[in-house]
Ligand binder design. Sequence first.
Ligand code: ATP
Ligand code: MG
Length: 589
Amino acid sequence: MRASKLFVQTLREFPNDAEAMSHKLLVRAGYIKKLANGVYSYLPLMQRVLTKVSNIVRQEMNAAGAQELLMPFVQPAELWQKSGRWQVYGKELMRMKDRHDNEMCLAPTHEEVITSVVDGIFGSYKQLPVNLYHIQLKFRDEIRPRFGLLRGREFIMKDAYSFHTSQESLDEEYENMAQAYTKIFKRCGLETKMVQSDSGAIGGSVSHEFMVLVDTSVGENDVFYCEKCGYSANSNHAVSKLNDEETDGGFDKLETVDTPNVKTIEELSRFFNINKNCILKAVLYVASFADDAKGNPVPDRPVLVMIRGDKEVEETKLMNAVGALEIRPALDTEVNEYLDTEPGYISFLGAADKNVQVLFDNSAKGMKNFVIGANEPHKHIGGYNLSDITENDIKGGKPEFVDISLVKEGEKCVDCGDSLKVTKGIEVGNIFQLGTKYSKPMNALYTDENGKTHPYIMGCYGIGVTRTAAAAVERYHDDYGIIWPLEIAPYHAVVVPVNTNEEAQMKLAEEIYQKLLNAGVEVVLDDRSDRAGVKFKDADLIGYPYRITVGKTISEGLVEFKARKDAEVLKIAPDEAVERVTAAVAALK
Ligand code: ATP
Ligand code: MG
């Protein structure tokens, strides 16, 4: 490819609507162009990167025994009604009507379609297991499309779905996919961490995410990990062992204490002169739900969370615990309405008839003689114990414990007791055990050896192709531009004649270019008549892994050779430069 013909325009400035470095660089270096919020054209350089990522994915999925197919992007609502997700998917599902007034949607994912595809084709246990995948566009009307390709509305995903007759067979395939994923990301030049995660809207029980660790906020996930034993989990799933020894408030009796305007955990801790973990914090949430099976709306419901004072609520865990679609902290007016008291003094005391669901975080379990709100303005109770709970407070008189708290850095690993650390991560892929979550409601069945029918046991496995490419940029760049891993760079090398008017320079540059092409190297010849400085800047911005510069030193029989990731510039013979690039490219295959 000759730079004079390459369909690219590099910009002098970063776009001003971009936060993430990958977003800024991909726009400025001419890889993507925005069409609408979260919707981009992938220009030729980007398309080459995406093709490479897709091909690596394809090769490894095929090698792992999966088969590629392609499924529709526009889907009928009926299928989604069958699985029950039409009601629960919320606004991310882009819905529309066709000319016959049929309800349709743009595919955010394909569990429903693949289940309907396999059903009736592979109906016998003899044909299973099978793993089918596709690489294609998905559309999600994300609430906050941002960070360019990292969170778009339209994006490219590889999605695979496996069908089994037993849990053991699913476990085996899950492991097989985990290994394939590790290979895929490694071949894309990315190191990933496989972490336990929440299964979210997709359902199922076991799931893991593959994270590219970064140290900026574009890593939308907090990953907690243990260096000693390797435990790692997304914050929406992470658990820790708590230090219970200091959770005795030290009161010798139960007492109601006037606490005028003492409301926050901080203030209470000072007022009573006790640690925060001796206060049982109450937080009121309002949960909203999907319509019921008959399509009738389900009213919002208040949920009172009781959690140790030094801990915070993890809202995804809470949402799962109450089976809600969405959850938000209650407004002050709602606190009055639902609990008939003022914020700052609330608790479950005397609230059994108030129709508020009460959930205790596991962190409350080990607490003794603690402080809680009296559920009356300007009063708290000291020296409370869980055994003091009565039927007046909570229906049944027994607290319901769940894990709904956020782990904190430094808490102990559940597996080995060592200190947990935290880092940010970009989720580039994930794997789920779905079980019969889709096959059951959709009545997708196989026949076993005795002629009996059962719903398929399923797994699903996604990789964000566009997000993976953007994550590579996020991970590998400097002040001058992108530093592509050779594996997924749009071109392997650029040859830059310093002065295109110098015949000898152009001639040698052409020769090097031809030799590289003949050796199978993907190379750009920067034949533009611009100043060398401009060409170097573009080369750095675009991020070609190797640059061969043909300038004045050719009189000594030398060219300049520079790897994008190294600062060093070598002066070597042209053939040696060709040889170096060729060898690096050959080592990829
Ligand atoms: P996230 O939690 O980041 O929204 P998800 O759990 O919704 O991701 P899946 O539905 O499992 O993701 O999709 C599989 C993969 O598709 C993700 O691991 C991610 O790499 C990619 N992906 C998901 N949403 C987007 C998006 N809005 N833009 C780009 N890639 C995405
Ligand atoms: Mg999502």
